[in-house]
Design a protein around this ligand. Structure first.
Ligand code: ZN
Length: 232
């Protein structure tokens, strides 16, 4: 079982866009996380958790990271959009100094975002350390023990072209589907099958005389089992 903790960054009304006061990074991160969860659950053998049970919750950075550890998660992914000047654009990924193996997975997730933004780029997929040499980001610093611990900045909500994309439900769906595919490729996941499950039948006897078969069938019926007689 692959256990994934998605962390929608910030509180509901944190990080308002200067370009449109109705956009809050915290709200958008949460909405995207729900869509990504659904996309991941299209695959077999996956459990997906969020660090928030509702959009109104706003756990501390330490608690967010620790939730992934407590749940025994293999993956921690903190979801954000970026802020800078109006000219800044692109995608950034940060993985924990403790989980260098996350690079390829995170690079794949960043590429999906870049491919769905106009003339965009992946700015960097790196680790970021503080002065004591551990992770700069609190969520990553507190997720020690998780095998793949990452934070992604999915475009800039301070850039008009990128904001126009990243806020759309349809964009969430397309990017989430692409990112779920990246997870599937990385971990070798299979799409859940809609085909009927195999049925296993119990046979209790085989007789050359039909009357003997009927006798056993009646005995089973009298005991509350459903029984059928088949030739063959
Ligand atoms: Zn953020």
């Amino acid at each position: 079982m692959l256990k994934i903790m998605l962390d929608p960054g910030h509180g509901q009304y944190e990080n308002q866009s200067p370009l449109d006061k109705s956009f809050y990074e915290g709200t958008n991160n949460y909405k995207f996380a729900l869509v990504l969860k659904e996309a991941l659950l299209a695959y077999e053998g996956v459990e997906v958790y969020l660090t928030k049970n509702s959009i109104g919750e706003n756990p501390s950075l330490a608690d967010r990271g620790k939730m992934a550890v407590t749940k025994g998660c293999d993956v921690f992914l903190s979801i954000h959009s970026n802020a800078a000047t109006a000219a800044a654009y692109g995608v950034e990924g940060y993985y924990s100094v403790k989980t260098p193996g996350a690079y390829n997975l995170l690079a794949g997730l960043c590429n999906i975002v870049k491919d769905n933004l106009p003339a965009s780029k992946v700015r960097r997929v790196v680790t970021k350390k503080n002065s004591s040499g551990t992770d700069y980001y609190g969520v990553l610093r507190n997720s020690v023990g998780v095998k793949y611990s990452m934070l992604i900045e999915q475009g800039f909500h301070t850039n008009a072209k990128e904001l126009a994309c990243i806020r759309l439900d349809e964009w969430h769906k397309v990017v989430a589907k692409g990112q779920a595919q990246v997870f599937a490729d990385f971990f070798g996941l299979k799409v859940k099958s809609a085909a009927p499950k195999t049925l296993y039948r119990v046979q209790v006897g085989a007789f050359s005389v039909k009357a003997n078969a009927e006798k056993l069938a009646n005995e089973l019926k009298s005991k509350g089992y459903s029984a059928i007689i088949k030739e063959g």
